[in-house]
Design a protein around this ligand. Structure first.
Ligand SMILES: [Zn+2]
Ligand SMILES: [Zn+2]
Ligand SMILES: [Zn+2]
Length: 145
């Protein structure tokens, strides 16, 4: 929790009960969720909590690198905690289509391809996002059993 609080401070975001509750939700659940899912859980304990507020707070945390945003099934965006040692260091994430659990993928798989892409397109690559999806170990077992 402390490192995420520190990241909020460094990003000049106030530590509010709402932001703390959102962080606590993700730490406890350990998987990705849509703003709607977070809102449904938190509005009971926080009261008078609007979905747009949750959405905005999550988006702000995404900008700071605390929450990762990935496109999941049905073109919906899922947010989850980045658990990398240093979230600022470029890396990727893979999302389980079964349970929405997310794993860090260290290093970059695109780096070695960038020269080829640049040669083919004449573009100078400035960045990328990679959308990795699959089934985690427990979902493979559940699927096959
Ligand atoms: Zn990460
Ligand atoms: Zn899974
Ligand atoms: Zn990469």
């Amino acid at each position: 929790m402390q490192r995420y609080i520190r990241m909020l401070r460094e990003g000049k975001l106030k530590i509010t009960p709402r932001r703390e509750a959102i962080l606590a939700y993700f730490i406890k659940e350990g998987k990705y969720a849509t703003p709607e899912q977070v809102w449904k859980k938190l509005r009971i304990s926080l009261g008078r909590l609007g979905l747009p507020t949750v959405y905005r707070n999550m988006e702000e945390m995404h900008q700071l690198g605390i929450l990762v945003k990935v496109e999941g099934v049905e073109n919906r965006f899922y947010y989850g905690l980045c658990r990398a040692e240093d979230p600022q260091v470029h890396h990727h994430h893979i999302i389980c289509q079964g349970c929405h659990k997310v794993r860090e993928v260290e290093g970059c798989l695109v780096g070695s391809l960038s020269k080829q892409i640049e040669a083919k397109t004449g573009f100078k690559l400035t960045g990328h996002t990679v959308h990795l999806q699959g089934l985690c170990q427990s979902c493979i077992i559940a699927d096959g059993g």
